[in-house]
Ligand binder design. Structure first.
Ligand SMILES: [Zn+2]
Length: 267
């Protein structure tokens, strides 16, 4: 159950963008969206993990002016990729408010699909992003070396967003390659000193924040399903790590999200 009351009382207008969430998985999407706009979120990027959720993401973007969609296949679903599914994803990429392909990549932690199957689906979606002229949103877990290698070999020239950034050993390389690095609620966790150090080291123009709602609920909301409004709690920790104010963090990450995804300026 989502709790909007503490959002209303504790949050000031933030001007943030939640660069990655799963609106269709929220229990109270309407209520959570209302809370997000009330806390001053400027936009939300909602993302698919299979064909059905990608269609729903595109539908949310059609329905809500400040919602934009990403369509693609999660590494766990990599074995579902065939020509028909790829053609359907490609059709979705032509919708005007579909801004990226993802979340795709490699997950050797959960390891639900053989690695070669994951790599094939990842490569196919890199190709799709290139054909569609869209951004690539990457999920990577315990697969840093392969992810960085595949991106170097196949994603040159694409705009790459590393969602739920979890490659603290690769920040310099990501900065050098111009990859956007998006921090989620886990950067607020007590033991995540390495992620906070990473958040401090990301190039100013590549820094993003996200919720990955309903997952990865940030401190102090842990124990409840996450919601887009709570991106402010993550941004506050990122701000502290960088020695920035929340306002500066909001204006920088929001400008970055607009540039990365090609979102229209705030109206
Ligand atoms: Zn996600």
């Amino acid at each position: 159950m989502s709790d909007h009351s503490d959002v209303r009382t504790s949050a000031m207008p933030t001007g943030l963008i939640d660069s990655h969430c799963h609106l269709e998985l929220l229990r109270d999407t309407e209520g959570d969206l209302a809370a997000a706009w009330q806390t001053g979120l400027e936009a939300i990027v909602t993302i698919g993990f299979d064909l059905g959720s990608s269609r729903k993401a595109a539908a949310f973007a059609r329905r809500y002016e400040r919602v934009h969609a990403v369509v693609g296949l999660y590494p766990h679903e990599a074995d579902k990729l065939d020509d028909a599914l790829l053609a359907e994803l490609e059709r979705l990429t032509r919708e005007p408010k579909v801004v990226a392909v993802g979340e795709c990549g490699l997950d050797y932690f959960h390891d639900r699909c053989p690695h070669d199957v994951q790599r094939r689906a990842f490569s196919a979606q890199i190709d799709l992003a290139r054909r569609a002229g869209l951004v690539l949103v990457v999920h990577t877990r315990e697969a840093a070396a392969d992810t960085m290698r595949v991106l170097a070999e196949e994603a040159a020239g694409l705009t790459v967003v590393l969602h739920c950034f979890s490659l603290p050993g690769h920040v310099d390389e990501c900065n050098a390659r111009g990859y956007y690095q998006s921090f989620a609620g886990n950067v607020t966790y007590k033991k995540a000193e390495d992620l906070r150090a990473a958040a401090a080291a990301v190039r100013d123009d590549l820094l993003l924040v996200e919720t990955d709602a309903p997952y990865l609920t940030p401190v102090p909301h842990r124990g409840k399903p996450n919601q887009p409004a709570w991106v402010a709690a993550t941004a506050a920790v990122v701000a502290e790590a960088r020695g920035w104010t929340l306002e500066r963090t909001a204006s920088v990450t929001t400008a970055n999200a607009r540039r990365a995804f090609g979102l229209p300026a705030a109206g």
